[in-house]
Ligand binder design. Structure first.
Ligand SMILES: [Zn+2]
Length: 450
């Protein structure tokens, strides 16, 4: 009796598991477009081929869900496919595009732009980009890639540089299309700039437009990162101030020392160097380096310092963290001034370009560097001939701050470095940070950080 029951049970189980197996099987062979049928109220799970700012996508989705009237959104626009939202190489919770789908067609994109603690929703009706999303979601993609580039908005030298991200896909053919030829298409999106007035995407559907023009509250916005805030945050640390003080003392005697700024914001111990150099090749996980220049050394970044910044980027940084890299120096100069007849110069150099521009400088040979150094010395003598650029009346005087900054920017030009890719900051004794730029007249101007 018992045996029979067990037999029956196991027979039943076999049938059940067979059923399960086949249901499962059937599901996985289902048409892929049906598998994508989508519940837009669920949390997204990115299906993009590229790396996206998922923190931003998630938070924007939360904000949207909180305010949206989903019936209105569905009837007026369609379904938002959050799984295919793309941030196009932009990180730091700033930009995304969400495809809006109706009857298996991408009909529109919703653009979400964050400024401070507000996020704005816009309609983006760009046919090329709509087709791109259509292909990514519904076509057979056989290959894909991306590259990030900076582009000047115009040909003028002093216009800002925009980071642009280009994504490409190759669309293959299904078995049902015997005469089809695979093709590749790409779309580029550059950093969003305010100024235009795009059409508001209205998630609420009120007669007054739902107030979307004023943006929606964005929770816990990331701290704004800029060369000014980065330097400011560093200067407020007591341990950093102590280290710089030690460098100031060291700058009065022979030999160089340095300390490293690690990515977790901690600082290394003092690293002993040679007469005019410090070797940090044994260290890793740092994003910045501070050192002293000696009384006989120049009170400006040298060719070697510029190359070091590029090497830090090359060996320690990623495209996303590239702007965290820096090199700083402290130099002393005697004067008739209190408290110790010494005045200190404190400069910081940062990078504002992209990875593709780093190798040219980071990989310079010793011979090439030597040529730039000789040119640097020649330029120094040249600039010193102009009385307005030196401290004293005769040629034995040192270059003044204007002269040193001119020497720096001329050296960048010699090394074929676009000055827009470099940020030069001077930390004044009172803690004010000045951003130093080259004017069209060839002089430098100082813009204090807010
Ligand atoms: Zn140096």
């Amino acid at each position: 009796m018992m045996k029979k029951t067990i037999f029956r049970l196991s027979f039943l189980l076999t049938i059940l598991s067979t059923l399960w197996c086949c249901r499962n099987e059937e599901f996985s062979t289902e048409d892929s477009s049906q598998q994508r049928s989508y519940n837009s109220s669920a949390r997204f799970a990115s299906k993009s081929f590229w790396k996206e700012d998922e923190v931003y996508i998630h938070k924007v989705q939360q904000v949207f869900m909180k305010v949206a009237n989903m019936e209105h959104v569905k009837s007026r626009y369609g379904d938002l496919y959050w799984d295919y939202a793309m941030t196009f190489g932009q990180f730091g919770e700033s930009y995304l595009l969400v495809p809006v789908v109706k009857d298996n067609r991408v009909v529109l994109l919703m653009e979400a732009v964050r400024e401070g603690n507000k996020v704005y929703f816009f309609e983006k009706e760009d046919k090329g980009k709509i087709d791109f999303f259509q292909a990514v979601i519904f076509s057979k993609i056989t290959d894909y890639g991306e590259k990030t580039d900076s582009q000047n908005s115009t040909s003028s030298r002093n216009t800002p540089v925009f980071q642009c991200n280009t994504r490409w896909i190759t669309i293959g053919c299904t078995d049902k299309e015997p005469n089809c030829i695979p093709y590749t298409t790409s779309e580029t999106i550059c950093k969003w700039i305010p100024g235009t007035t795009p059409k508001t995407f209205d998630p609420i559907g009120m007669d007054d437009g739902g107030g979307g023009g004023n943006g929606y509250e964005y929770p816990d916005p990331p701290e704004e990162k800029s060369p000014c805030t980065d330097t400011k945050n560093m200067l407020t640390s007591a341990s950093f101030q102590n280290k710089v003080k030690k460098l100031e003392e060291k700058s009065q005697s022979k030999g160089e020392v340095a300390f490293l700024h690690y990515k977790d914001n901690s600082l290394s111990d003092t690293i002993q160097g040679g007469e005019h150099n410090v070797d940090v090749s044994a260290y890793s996980n740092y994003n910045g380096l501070y050192h002293n220049h000696t009384p006989t050394g120049i009170k400006m970044f040298s060719v070697g310092d510029i190359v070091t910044l590029y090497k830090i980027i090359m060996t320690q940084m990623t495209p996303q963290t590239i702007q965290d890299a820096f090199i700083g120096f402290v130099a002393g100069e005697s004067c008739n001034c209190p408290p110790d007849n010494y005045i200190y110069h404190n400069y910081i150099l940062r990078f504002n370009g992209n990875m593709s521009q780093v190798g040219n400088i980071a990989n310079l040979s010793e011979e090439e560097i030597k040529i730039f150094k000789d040119e640097y010395d020649r330029l120094e003598m040249e600039i010193k001939k102009i009385p307005g650029f030196r401290n004293g009346t005769n040629l034995s005087a040192e270059l003044n701050a204007q002269g040193l900054e001119k020497l720096f920017f001329n050296t960048l030009a010699n090394m074929n470095i676009d000055e827009n890719n470099i940020i030069l900051q001077k930390v004044e004794k009172n803690g004010i940070i000045n951003n130093i730029n080259l004017n069209s007249s060839g002089d430098t101007s100082h813009t204090p950080c807010p």
